[in-house]
Design a protein around this ligand. Structure first.
Ligand code: IPM
Ligand code: MG
Length: 370
C-alpha cells in the first residue's frame, strides 16, 4: 500500500515518549488492520531537542511538521531545563510550532466517562455524563502580543509588560470554528471574556455576536465573563456545550474543565489551522497533561490522553470518523473492564503499566474489528 499520508511524532520530554509510544502502536494497528496508508516519522522537540541541538525546535523539525498531514506531540519541559533563559526553554518549541503552523483553534474536550465519574474531586452527580468542548484561541492574545518584555526604569525599579491584543479576523476565525462544531453537537456556544474590564474583551464579545447573527442563527450564543465562567464550571458544568475563549482564559479554563473529568491523564486536544482550498489544515494533536517529570521513565504514565489525541487526529485530519469512534470505544471498554493506570486508580480496580494499557487497547480494538 503506498503511504500517501504522513504523521510526524514529536514525543518530547518526561512521560511524552512513553505515552506517544503507545499511541504509535495504536496508529500502527489502524494502518495495518484498517487499511490506512500512512508513513510515520519521529523527531525531537522541547528539552530533548535542546539537549541534542541547543534549541527547543530546529528549522528542520519545523519544516517536517509543516510538511506532515498531522503532528502528534507528547509533552515538553522539565526541571532539567528550568534554569534556561525564557526564550530558550522547552515550552518555546511548542509555542513556535503553534505560531508557525498557524494553529489558531485549540479544541479541548472535557468528557467524563461513566467508569471514571467517581474519580473527580467534584460530586458524581455534578460531573457524570459531562461532555463539553473548550475552543481556545491559540496564536494570539497576551501569549504573543507586543510590546512585551521587562525593562529597567530610570529609578532602577523594573517594569514587566505583556499586551492583550485581538483583531476582528482573529476573533471571527476561531468563533467560526466553534459555531461549525456546535452544529455537530448541541448548537450552543458560550463566549467568554472580560468585557467589563478589557477593550479587547468588548471587541471579542461584539465580533462573536456579529458573526453569529450573520451566519449562525441556528446556534444559540450566550456571553459570560471569564471569572463567572470559572465559577460556573465547578458549580454546574453541564450547562455548557461549547465554550469559546481567548488564549489565556482558555489556558486556565481548560485546566479547570480537565479536572472535572477525574483525570488530566485522560484528556486529548487538537490544534487546527485554517483549511486550504482542498479542505486540508495544519494540525497538531497532544494530550492536555504535561511532561510529569516526577513519574517519567517508570512506565506508569497514563497513555489514554495520547491515544485519544490520536483518535481526534483520525477524525479531524483524516476524516476517519469510524476509526476515531472505534478508538474511543476501546478506551471506554478497557476502563469498564477495570484496568487503570496509577493516576486513575480506584479501589477494586487493577493497576497496570503504560505499556499494558496500550496492549489492552490494541486487544480490544482487535475484538471490535473482528
Ligand atoms: C497548555 C500549556 C502551555 C500553554 C504551556 C506549556 C506553554 O499550559 O498547552 O495549556 O500555556 O499554552
Ligand atoms: Mg495550560
Amino acid at each position: 500500500m503506498p503511504a500517501n499520508r504522513t504523521v510526524l511524532l514529536l514525543p518530547g520530554d518526561g512521560i511524552g515518549p512513553e505515552v506517544v509510544g503507545q499511541a504509535r502502536r495504536v496508529l500502527e494497528w489502524v494502518a495495518a488492520k484498517r487499511r490506512f496508508a500512512v508513513a510515520c516519522d519521529e523527531d525531537l522537540v522541547g528539552g530533548a531537542s535542546i539537549d541534542a541541538h541547543g534549541v527547543p525546535l530546529t528549522d528542520a523539525t519545523l519544516a517536517k511538521a509543516k510538511a506532515a498531514d498531522a503532528v502528534l506531540l507528547g509533552a515538553v519541559g522539565g526541571p532539567k531545563w528550568d534554569a534556561l533563559p525564557f526564550d530558550r526553554k522547552p515550552e518555546r518549541g511548542l509555542l513556535a510550532l503553534r505560531k508557525e503552523l498557524g494553529l489558531f483553534a485549540n479544541l479541548r474536550p472535557a468528557i467524563c466517562l461513566p467508569a471514571l465519574a467517581g474519580a473527580s474531586t467534584l460530586k458524581e452527580e455534578v460531573v457524570a455524563g459531562l461532555d463539553i468542548l473548550i475552543v481556545r484561541e491559540l496564536t494570539g492574545g497576551v501569549y504573543f502580543g507586543t510590546p512585551r518584555g521587562i525593562e529597567t526604569l530610570p529609578d532602577g525599579s523594573r517594569r514587566g509588560v505583556n499586551t492583550q491584543v485581538y483583531t476582528t479576523g482573529e476573533i471571527r476565525r476561531v468563533a467560526a470554528v466553534a459555531f461549525e462544531l456546535a452544529r455537530k453537537r448541541g448548537r450552543k456556544v458560550c463566549s467568554t471574556e472580560k468585557s467589563n474590564v478589557m477593550e479587547s474583551g468588548i471587541l471579542w464579545r461584539e465580533e462573536v455576536q456579529k458573526l453569529r447573527d450573520e451566519a449562525y442563527t441556528d446556534v444559540a450564543l450566550s456571553h459570560m465573563y471569564a471569572d463567572n465562567c470559572a465559577m460556573q464550571l465547578v458549580r454546574a458544568p453541564k450547562q455548557f456545550d461549547i465554550i469559546v475563549t481567548d488564549n489565556l482564559f482558555g489556558d486556565i479554563l481548560s485546566d479547570e474543565a480537565a479536572m472535572l473529568t477525574g483525570s488530566l491523564g485522560m484528556l486529548p486536544s487538537a490544534s487546527l489551522g485554517a483549511a486550504d482550498r482542498d479542505g486540508r489544515r495544519a494540525a497538531l494533536y497532544e494530550p492536555v497533561h504535561g511532561s510529569a517529570p516526577d513519574i517519567a521513565g517508570q512506565g506508569i504514565a497514563n497513555p489514554l490522553a495520547a491515544i485519544l489525541s490520536l483518535a481526534m487526529m483520525m477524525r479531524y485530519s483524516f476524516g476517519r470518523d469510524d476509526d476515531a469512534d472505534m478508538i474511543e470505544r476501546a478506551v471506554g471498554r478497557v476502563l469498564d473492564s477495570g484496568l487503570r493506570t496509577g493516576d486513575i486508580m480506584q479501589s477494586g480496580k487493577t493497576k497496570i503499566s503504560t505499556e499494558a494499557m496500550g496492549t489492552a487497547i490494541v486487544e480490544v480494538l482487535q475484538g471490535l474489528a473482528a
